[in-house]
Design a protein around this ligand. Sequence first.
Ligand SMILES: *[C@@H]1O[C@H](CO)[C@@H](O)[C@H](O)[C@H]1NC(C)=O
Ligand SMILES: *[C@@H]1O[C@H](CO)[C@@H](O)[C@H](O)[C@H]1NC(C)=O
Ligand SMILES: *[C@@H]1O[C@H](CO)[C@@H](O)[C@H](O)[C@H]1NC(C)=O
Length: 433
Amino acid sequence: MNYFILLSVLATVVTGKSPRLKFIVHEPPRFHFNKPENYISMYHQEGSDTLYVGGQAMIYVLTFSDKKVVDMKIPAASDQTAIDTCKAKASPDEMECDNFITVLQKVNDTFIVCGTNAGSPRCWMLVNETVLTDVQGGGMIAPASHISPPFPSQKSINLPADGSLYSAMSSVGGHVGSIRRTFGSQKLLKTENIWLLSPQFAGASIIPASEKYKEEIYFFFTEFNKTARVDEEPYRARIGRICTVDEGGIKALLADSWTTFMKARVMCGAGNTQQQYNNMKQAVVLTAQDKRAGVMYGLFSNAWGRTVVCAYSIEDIDRAFSNSKLKGYSSSFSGSRPGMCERKGPSADSQNNIKNLGVIRYYPEIEDVIRPVGVNPLDLPTDDQITHAVADIVLAVNDEHYTVLYLGTGTCAHLCVKMMRVATCVTFRLESF
Ligand SMILES: *[C@@H]1O[C@H](CO)[C@@H](O)[C@H](O)[C@H]1NC(C)=O
Ligand SMILES: *[C@@H]1O[C@H](CO)[C@@H](O)[C@H](O)[C@H]1NC(C)=O
Ligand SMILES: *[C@@H]1O[C@H](CO)[C@@H](O)[C@H](O)[C@H]1NC(C)=O
């Protein structure tokens, strides 16, 4: 993607006898890269005027005002030996033998920056807003290869929560893919290799709860069965979840792994018909501040490249993880249910908990399937292939909240308001540079 979009939209609801929606599209100040940036990562803190953009061997610090964009560049070059090694190995694409910044995240006041570093990832800390230094200070950090992929075309997801960083790495080549806790004062944990089947990650989101210890993180991904027969669908869309309080198992079982990992199949298609969209490309979640309620939007494609959007209720997903049978496990649970978020306490190594570790290790998949709200995919204003989706909740002047979905296609962006019931959509043409 060679274009950089700055879309600022003001949605005003004119109250009166006949309420209607009115959109005024501003011409915002723009920033143009002076060289093509094919892969970018971004960091923005809510309420701030500054946007951090990670590019090829460069971090752009862009400060926006009404009239202009002030930019500052922080060079982040690869070391020459890494570049030479990368080129000698004839890596997937020699163009990728450079330091592409893949991670820009603030974790409890530590600004973590990671890059591909020509196939051997590295992480730094951004100090005083301008200086890159080696990561130091309290807390643990995983090897950089668990946080950043070695090449920018490999998708990774990084999500900070409660002073820890969570990293999901898609599978590529010989790498199986993983979900890990990679930084912070809590124990660094990982998925067992057998839990994920060549995952490609599509998103991740914190699911808040009224009681802090019940907070979860959902990871959205598509699994690929390499040994599926030609007449079988090789893709399966998935939600995996973990509890943020998870501190791993016992020495003999899941010592450095999640003890709360569970996964479910996500369906998107017309009811129970064969017409299913199994490849989840992107997922976004909108939740209330501290409540486990909200909507997940998933962008899916089928074998013919047709894209659709399905919407899911977070309450439905939550209910499935809390109540469903576990696939392949037929005994009843004695005591608490395996995989649930629990306060740390003296019961941590009771017999029942050890038994539950064994259940999660071998049966992390639930039997119930997650189906969309309203059964069918949403009606969209376009048959074009959708490549990007961003969701937001806006508060309009009449004090009503609207869900807004921005959908990007090759040449246009669509803005759809109030997705769950009726969609009012507006289409913009995108400008590439
Ligand atoms: C950051 O700023 C502080 C205070 O100005 C200074 O003491 C410190 O050396 C700076 N750190 C780096 C890495 O430049
Ligand atoms: C966040 O930083 C504060 C101050 O440095 C520290 O006291 C706290 O333990 C940190 N929290 C986590 C979760 O690391
Ligand atoms: C992948 O597909 C093959 C062929 O149908 C099947 O035997 C195997 O169980 C599948 N693997 C998984 C993990 O579902």
